[in-house]
Design a protein around this ligand. Structure first.
Ligand code: NAD
Length: 420
């Protein structure tokens, strides 16, 4: 009998053999890529577990489909189901134009407090890339999902509220700045709790998957009490909660100051040889150079909301673009997780059966890994990799590849299923 995924008293996810998983089909190209992807998931699970396991899909409404059927963009019932069933997956959603909800994705993240936006970026052999060695990129981004300048606290230039804030800064806090009525104001919020829970998830991911390092990417040289604090809280967390499993650049600095850099290097080498992971940091602008120049030096990335947005898209472009970029929004404390393609609804291509379903397929792979169904996830990754390597691809890759065979969205799924 199909049943819910729950979180046990000890904080572990308990996944039944027949879990009920809610899905949002998505707008625009959503239905095309979802129908292709779900066949791949079902086939991989059935084959891998010889029929012992099976997902029971439960459709919930959001976006245009919800609006047409219920008059609401994000019905309360959808939120309730996602809350109750813990793990869900979604296609891209149209952002409603006009008042009310700013973005359905933001609303979902807020409601479920999905504080990690996780995006793996890995290259699959044969995928067209603008760089010479895309195989050197293999990173997992942990982007903070609830704070930063993204909190949406903004006041437009020329409004009474923007003026009030500027008056307060000038008169009460004695801020020395050339304020004017033509200045808009946005507020950047970064908390210790918000930073630490994100960095904790990144370190735990690195430990669980045997990865060599976690890099804190920040702009703390300029924004000391927000981005700089993020870095400091990260080092503090590693040195307290993960002292026996990590070595930090903060420790290296202290040893260097006390005993010189040879001693600090030897200490770091010893720590890494004994299996500890390295916690380091890089300034965000330098990091955008590093992912092009020395990508092999980076593995797990922990960063704030805005930096994470830029970095994710840049890395996605290096390994093949948004047609193959999966993502997940997760609250590791409650267990809530919503897996999603990172691209939009591409409305011009709706119902053409031409777009690449890889981003939804790989989001499903992340979901299977999250559920502990690693074998089915591995089988899909292998079959998808072989399909691309055989140059059987959708139009986005076809246009950039030599001697490729063009297939439709549904046919691409057929090829993967055949290889499974
Ligand atoms: P988009 O990502 O929908 O499309 C941009 C271009 O990327 C497309 O024209 C297409 O050429 C390409 N593309 C996108 N998905 C592809 C795929 N699977 N395979 C191959 N090529 C693909 O961006 P947009 O046009 O700026 O946004 C359209 C709508 O989507 C807007 O309403 C926007 O708000 C929404 N949106 C939703 C999400 C989400 O739900 N996660 C994310 C971004 C944008």
């Amino acid at each position: 009998m199909a049943s819910k995924i729950v979180k046990s008293e000890h904080g572990l996810l308990q996944v039944p053999d027949q879990p009920i998983i809610p899905f949002i089909i998505g707008d625009g190209i959503g239905p095309d890529i979802w129908h292709a992807s779900v066949r791949v998931f079902d086939h991989a699970v059935e084959k891998t577990y010889a029929g012992r396991r099976k997902i029971e899909w439960k459709e919930v409404l959001a976006g245009e489909k919800a609006f047409n059927e219920t008059g609401e963009w994000l019905p309360e019932k959808t939120l309730q189901v996602l809350k109750e069933y813990l793990v869900g997956i979604k296609g891209p959603l149209t952002t409603p134009i006009g008042g009310g909800i700013r973005s359905l994705n933001v609303a979902l993240r807020k409601e479920l407090d999905l504080f990690v936006c996780q995006r793996p970026t890995k290259w699959y052999e044969g995928v067209p890339s603008p760089v010479k060695h895309p195989e050197d990129v293999n990173m997992v981004i942990f982007r903070e999902n609830t704070e930063d300048i993204y909190a949406g606290i903004e006041f437009a230039a020329g409004t009474a509220d923007a003026q009030k804030i500027q008056n307060f800064l000038r008169d009460e806090l004695h801020v020395d700045y050339n304020f004017s009525s033509e200045t808009g104001v946005g507020i950047k919020l970064v908390s210790e709790k918000g930073s630490k829970r994100l960095i904790r998830a990144a370190i735990e991911h690195a430990l669980e998957h045997n990865l060599p390092s976690v890099t804190l990417v920040h702009k703390g040289n300029i924004m000391k009490f927000t981005e700089g604090a993020f870095k400091n809280w990260g080092y503090e967390l590693a040195e307290t909660e993960f002292a026996d499993k990590t070595y930090t650049w903060g420790q290296w600095e202290r040893t260097k100051a006390e005993k010189g850099d040879l001693a600090a290097n030897a200490e770091q080498q010893h720590a890494l040889d004994s299996g500890k992971i390295l916690i380091k940091d890089v300034i965000a602008d330098n990091f955008l150079q590093q992912i092009l120049l020395n990508p092999k030096d980076y593995s797990v990335i922990a960063t704030l909301n805005l930096n994470g947005d830029y970095i994710s898209d840049s890395l996605a472009a290096i390994v093949g673009g948004i047609g193959i970029a999966p993502g997940a929004n997760i609250n590791y404390d409650t267990g809530h997780a919503v897996f999603e393609a990172t691209h939009g609804t591409a409305p011009r291509f709706a119902n053409t059966d031409t777009m690449n379903p890889s981003s939804v397929i790989l989001s499903g792979v992340m979901m299977l890994v999250y559920m502990g169904w690693q074998e089915a996830a591995d089988a899909i990754v292998k079959a998808l990799g072989e399909t691309i390597k055989a140059k059987t691809v959708t139009v986005d890759f076809y246009n950039l590849m030599k001697d490729a065979t063009l297939v439709k969205t549904s046919e691409f799924a057929d090829h993967i299923i055949e290889k499974l």
